[in-house]
Design a protein around this ligand. Sequence first.
Ligand code: WQD
Length: 338
Amino acid sequence: MTILVTGGTGFIGSHTVVELLEAGYDVVVFDNFYNSKACVVDRIKKITGKDFKFYEADMLDREALDKIFDENKIDAVIHFAGLKAVGESVKIPLRYYYNNIAGTIKLCESMSAHGCKRIVFSSSATVYGEPDHVPMQEDFPITHATNPYGETKILIERILKDLSVSDPEWSVCCLRYFNPVGAHKSGLIGEDPMGIPNNIMPRIQKVATGEWDSITVFGTDYDTPDGTCIRDYIHVTDLAQAHIAALKRAANVVGWETYNIGCGRGYSVLDIINAYERVCGHPIKREICPRRAGDIAVSYADPTRAREVLGWQAKRTIDDMCRDSYNFRIKNPKGYED
Ligand code: WQD
């Protein structure tokens, strides 16, 4: 089977391409390098010892999409491409709505025109907004996210659902990621956000490697055991492997499905910092700060459906996540260099 991976040099995309190649799939990748680096292509080949076709392309360019489908017999698509920074989405919502939604529509039009009607979509737990209880379950009502980025995920899920209703040949699998962290065990690929990172793991990385003096702890007055927010962190390799399970499902069923992809347990901010201290072997200085706007106190998955239907569950521990994250940064102190 040949799988097209959109946004395949990004953090989760690149780790998924590695798992696809190692599982024996033929892979075609495109990316516009808006939030990734070209060197990732060669690093994926180095990790796997396998080759794959790469196109530098933008999903808003319908001709480029058609060229990819004309030149390759694509059996299914894993769709990562999209803008993904929560804070940025609040500042430039039109850019987010246009890029993520119009881009996905163009992708689906090109897929349909070429007889490819199987898609695994990179969705997010952010679609749940601020639910009144946890763990999050797939049948929770989806109303509003807390930011335009999350809204694009909700809208794309709905668009794909309507598409599957309009044409029963479509197989759609939406994977709602919780908090992806970590890096490939080789340290050759990992999370390398542009500019100043927002997410906690790359920020702790900078403290652990001495680039920053301390990690900000946004709020210690939440209604949680230690007062800091709780999240369902999942190793990016476990997350990548969930896409293989979803592809196998999509090969056998049609219709629209969604799955929570998380570990099913939560760790607090202080838990993460303590785990990082264990793996890096030295203290990580904390700076207690006020709450960060938009944060919810507790978020973690009920991953039962993924386990029972996809036959997938996360295996890696919080220490594995921190160890692999630290290893990537030690081996790439300045991140990816062109
Ligand atoms: C985690 C916790 C912070 C930095 C985001 C997106 C979500 C998904 C994953 C795409 C929070 C706290 C953080 C710091 C801190 N992305 N924190 N000090 O906000 O749960 O989820 O990334 O799908 O859509 O919303 O992740 O890593 O930013 O924060 O205390 O310096 O760590 O307050 O409680 P978040 P995060």
